[in-house]
Design a protein around this ligand. Structure first.
Ligand SMILES: *[C@@H]1O[C@H](CO)[C@@H](O)[C@H](O)[C@H]1NC(C)=O
Ligand SMILES: *[C@@H]1O[C@H](CO)[C@@H](O)[C@H](O)[C@H]1NC(C)=O
Ligand SMILES: *[C@@H]1O[C@H](CO)[C@@H](O)[C@H](O)[C@H]1NC(C)=O
Ligand SMILES: *[C@@H]1O[C@H](CO)[C@@H](O)[C@H](O)[C@H]1NC(C)=O
Ligand SMILES: *[C@@H]1O[C@H](CO)[C@@H](O)[C@H](O)[C@H]1NC(C)=O
Length: 496
């Protein structure tokens, strides 16, 4: 296996050696290194194991190992030892991806001091890998657990760290605040820092999305003009969406006109917002016409546009039209998805219409559209309310067979139903199916089943289930009297 050392000249014009290996890193090597990181007792022990594994620690391998840690949740400090050790090898430079992933892992565990130590080390070695993406990764974690003030302080700290402290970094800060804090916080921070940066289109598109009040969105449009930034279709769509959600449909139409004057053609997102807005002001028919009218702008309705029209008819309780539109979708090759079906399931759930729900479920399965957790919850709750065990078991076995929905949430209702009606054999079977899928039944469900098994004197089954639960780390002794004495509260369903 040939190992080459490539020499690159970076824009800072120092020589940078990049460790590359001919041929891709194998997933075996990634697993080996991941295993060493997760199991090593000390950093010297880890270095020893890494050396004797003979795996070549290239940039590609390190990228993949860190990604593996990110999703596998290995110990962050041991992972950092690995990162630091590999990064300190003579002539080696980490990739920007490795750095950002390492910082994400530390941030997830709130090791912010460590983050700054790492950045300080890296800055002296190769500042070019610290980018606006790094700023985004770090600030997103900081904003999640710290105050707005602390987030802004962290942002200021980046000034002497990041390769270019520019508008992209400023935008990263605003994005973190919009996502983890409030739009108001983002707005205030924008105004306090806008003179240090040159706000661009991206800045405003971040600030425009997510407002509920049209005053605020209008304010930013004014600000954009002041700053000499021309709105694009994304900016306009944000404004239109705010107007539509606030039922100010006439204002939305005015913006569309203005767009046209500027030769910016409305797209399918624009039209979908309008459809939603018309629904909110009680004009589902007019909204349906938009589906046809949008073709004049050269755009075609997609699943989201149809869902918006169907939602309007569901709100207006005109289900015939809703069904008709689902047929129309299918005839155009646009398959209704779980969101579409849920619009109808919701109506049936609230009108307590078991038959229509059951039929719709049949249609959904026939169309090979997999239900999501929300669909399952509408169904299972209705089945429980009507005490239809056979329907609930069909849903459950479909879930087990096809792998959709949340076993955890659905099984709680299912076990309630089965225990209420004393269906112990079925409950046991479903319990075991769930465990086989690696999913842990809830403590409440487990206790209810245990109580029934005790009453039926099925000690063997009880022993079996207890063992299975123990595999998930739950140590409940179901034979403990303090559990089984409380039969009255346990057989009473907690979810009505
Ligand atoms: C990385 O390791 C070196 C050498 O062992 C050490 O001096 C440095 O402080 C470490 N970096 C961090 C951020 O802990
Ligand atoms: C259904 O499609 C719409 C439009 O593409 C999408 O926004 C929505 O998330 C989809 N729903 C599901 C459950 O995938
Ligand atoms: C207990 O589990 C074992 C294997 O998992 C099975 O063979 C046995 O029939 C079970 N006993 C009862 C009473 O369910
Ligand atoms: C379930 O019970 C076990 C043992 O009593 C406990 O450690 C665990 O936290 C409980 N889980 C939940 C979700 O309540
Ligand atoms: C039953 O549980 C109670 C409280 O959870 C505990 O104090 C007691 O020791 C347990 N008894 C047995 C026999 O395990």
């Amino acid at each position: 296996m040939g190992i080459q050392i490539q020499v690159l000249f970076t824009k800072l014009s120092f020589v940078k050696l990049v460790f590359v290996k001919s041929g891709a890193t194998s997933s075996n090597e990634v697993e080996t290194v991941y295993g060493i990181i997760s199991s090593s007792q000390s950093s010297s022990n880890m270095k020893q194991l890494l050396k004797s594994s003979k795996v070549f620690l290239s940039n590609d391998l390190i990228d993949k190992v860190l990604k593996r840690v990110r999703f596998g949740h290995a110990n962050p400090l041991q992972t950092f030892e690995f990162f630091n050790y590999t990064g300190n090898r003579k002539g080696f430079y980490h990739s920007a991806f490795s750095l950002d992933t390492m910082l994400y892992i530390l941030g997830r565990s709130r090791m912010f001091d460590k983050i700054w130590d790492v950045l300080d080390d890296v800055r002296h070695k190769d500042r070019t890998i610290i980018t606006s993406r790094t700023v985004m990764v770090v600030l997103a974690r900081v904003a999640k657990v710290c105050s707005v003030r602390q987030t802004v302080e962290s942002f200021r700290r980046f000034r002497r760290v990041v390769s270019e402290y520019d508008t992209d970094c400023f935008n990263a800060l605003l994005r973190a605040l919009c996502q983890e804090k409030s739009m108001t916080d983002a707005r205030n921070v924008y105004h306090s820092l806008k003179h240090s940066f040159r706000p661009n289109l991206q800045t405003f598109n971040i600030l425009l999305s997510g407002w509920k009040s049209s005053d605020e969105a209008e304010g930013f449009f004014e600000e954009m003009k002041l700053m000499g930034v021309k709105p694009d279709i994304v900016s306009y769509n944000c404004l239109i969406d705010v107007y539509c959600k606030a039922r100010e449909i006439d204002k939305a139409y005015k913006v569309v006109e203005k767009m046209r004057e500027e030769d910016i053609m409305p797209d399918v997102f624009t039209h979908t917002s309008i459809i939603g807005g018309l629904g909110l002001v009680g004009q589902p028919d007019k909204a349906r016409d938009v589906l046809k009218e949008m073709k004049e702008d050269g755009c075609y309705p997609d699943v989201a546009a149809y869902n918006a029209v169907i939602r309007n008819f569901c709100i207006a309780k005109r289900l015939g039209e809703a069904y008709g539109l689902m047929d129309e979708m299918a005839s155009k090759g646009l398959n209704p998805n779980a969101t579409t079906y849920n619009l109808l399931f919701r109506v049936f759930y609230w009108s307590n219409d078991l038959t229509s729900s059951w039929n719709l479920y049949g249609r959904m399965m026939k169309m090979e559209c997999l239900p999501n957790t929300q669909s399952c919850m509408f169904l299972i709750r209705l089945f429980k309310r009507h005490e239809r065990v056979e329907m609930a078991l069909v849903l459950w076995s479909d879930m087990v067979e096809k792998g959709f929905g949340s076993y955890m949430l659905v099984s709680d209702v299912l076990f309630d139903l089965l225990c209420d009606l004393g269906k112990l054999v079925e409950a046991e079977r479903c319990f075991l199916q769930m465990v086989e899928k690696g999913q842990k039944p809830s403590n409440v469900s487990f206790r209810r089943i245990c109580v029934l098994m005790e009453l039926a004197n099925k000690q063997d089954s009880l022993q079996n289930l207890t063992q299975k639960m123990a595999m998930f780390g739950t140590v409940i002794n179901p034979c403990n009297n303090s559990v089984s004495v409380d039969v009255s509260t346990l057989t009473h369903s907690p979810h009505n």
